[in-house]
Design a protein around this ligand. Structure first.
Ligand code: NDP
Length: 444
């Protein structure tokens, strides 16, 4: 059996009931096969792949808190510190009822390569809880966040592990967690990113993942003789990534005609009204039915359906495995020619293969959504210097990073004889830097 297959079997055997983690490892190892086979003896002797797929540390903890009725609630807390070869662990905290160890491990594993691709000195980690902030009062969210941080603070710090937002963790949650960290440690340091502007946050961090996605798409199209202006775009999700992806796509001259949440989706042939979407989702924290009620041109549909709409470009920005083979077939049949992932692993493996076989330009999330973590790293730099950069300064650095990421993965794919396979390019480019650092640091 080849080294890659041996390690994959070991992952499945040692990590039972973690299908998302298996899926993420399989996708990465498959596309690294050529690189691994060229160095198999050295990598095998150093157990490089076994070390790469095994987190340096996994923290599981109890999070007790009291709800508004005086009832004690208990959630599971997680932080997986996956790989620190190129810098302190960095990755978001997901608050969603679906969170379990396998999901956090898949996200942490992906984060290693994503962070490496940014070119910045950040290692890979991820965390979160099965707590659901939806429908909770501000006081309940604060009680949960304070309890969560009362355990997590022992393991994080500006130079060791710097968590950030993700699904369910926005500015409100980061604020409560930062306050509790500062209170317990008596230390004002950049231990979290995605902070508010009044206490160490970076301008453009809120917009960064969505804007970065579009900067990368723009460059990918340009390098393939195409232009984003005038194109029709479908986007899933209605959260942080989806909102700012929609905004930037419109600024670049495209028309975004859909958005969705966990209960339904909107088709708006006139183009999504971003100000209204922000009002509904960021201010009122309401359902998309409110968007449809306030806008004549919009149709609301229950369930899932964004991928059935005719478009040129599709940007999945909600959650993992939200775009399957059937969706991919519908998109291709409708003339879609480019797909870039705003969410983490939103496309199933068979759907990704279908896109690639049909000549669709396909960019994986670990490259196309890296703008969020890259700007988080810029927030860390500003916190270290105790300075704040202007919006334009951060935005222009973000754009430079995204353009660079695209060229890195494009060149890596070409170098290993897989031109146009941006999945392989991203995995190879991300892996090589981490592997070199791990080798240089010895067996740790
Ligand atoms: P938000 O919580 O702001 O928004 C998530 C959106 O996706 C919401 O509209 C939500 O619907 C929808 N959604 C969540 N879970 C499901 C589900 N199981 N089925 C259908 N819809 C769902 O999260 P973000 O925008 O921050 O994150 C979106 C994706 O982007 C995630 O995969 C995240 O890991 C990834 N990402 C985020 C980054 C960031 O900087 N925020 C950086 C890089 C990646 P509802 O409103 O009903 O909850």
């Amino acid at each position: 059996m080849s080294y890659v297959d041996e390690v994959y079997s070991m992952v499945v055997e040692k990590n039972p009931a973690q299908p998302e983690f298996h899926q993420a490892v399989k996708e990465v190892l498959e596309s690294l096969r050529v690189v691994i086979e060229a160095n198999e003896e050295a990598y095998r002797k150093d157990a490089l792949l076994e070390r790469l797929v095994t987190p340096e540390r996994q923290l599981l903890f109890r999070v007790p808190w009291v709800d508004d009725k005086g009832q004690v609630q208990v959630n599971n807390g997680f932080r997986v510190q996956f790989n620190s070869a190129i810098g302190p662990y960095k990755g978001g905290l997901r608050l969603h009822p679906s969170v379990n160890l396998g999901i956090i491990k898949f996200l942490g594993f992906e984060q290693i390569f994503k962070n490496s691709l940014t070119g910045l000195p950040i290692g890979g980690g991820k965390g979160g809880s099965d707590f659901d902030p939806k429908g909770k009062s501000d006081r309940e969210v604060m009680a949960f966040c304070q309890s969560f941080m009362t355990e997590l603070y022992k393991y994080i710090g500006a130079d060791t592990d710097v968590p950030a937002g993700d699904i369910g963790t926005g500015a409100r949650e980061i604020g409560y967690m930062f306050g509790q960290y500062k209170r317990i440690r008596g230390l004002y340091e950049g231990v979290l990113t995605g902070k508010g502007l009044s206490y160490g946050g970076s301008l453009a961090r809120t917009e960064a993942t969505g804007y970065g996605l579009l900067y990368l798409v723009e460059e990918m199209l340009k390098c393939n003789g195409k232009d984003i202006a005038g194109k029709t775009v479908v986007i899933s999700g209605a959260g942080n990534v989806a909102i700012y992806a929609t905004q930037k796509a419109q600024q670049l001259g495209a028309k975004v005609v859909t958005c969705s949440d966990s209960t339904g989706w909107i088709y708006d042939p006139e183009g999504i009204d971003v100000a209204l979407l922000k009002e509904v989702k960021e201010v009122k924290r309401a359902r998309l039915t409110e968007y449809a009620a306030a806008r004549k041109s919009a149709e609301y549909h229950e369930g899932k359906g964004v991928w059935t709409v005719k478009c040129d470009i599709a940007l999945p920005c909600a959650t993992q495995n939200e775009l399957n083979l059937e969706d991919a077939k519908a998109l291709v049949a409708n003339g879609c020619f480019a797909v870039a992932e705003g969410a983490n692993m939103p496309t199933t493996m068979d759907a990704t293969e279908y896109f690639q076989k049909n000549g669709i330009l396909f960019c994986p999330g670990k490259a196309s959504n890296a703008g969020g973590v890259a700007t988080s790293a810029l927030e860390m730099s500003q916190n270290s210097e105790r300075l704040s950069w202007t919006f334009e300064e951060v935005d222009s650095k973000l754009k430079g990073i995204m353009v660079n990421i695209f060229h890195n993965l494009d060149e890596a794919a070409k170098k290993y004889g897989m031109e146009g396979n941006y999945v392989a390019g991203a995995n190879i480019a991300g892996f090589l830097k981490v592997a070199e650092a791990m080798t240089a640091q010895g067996i740790v």
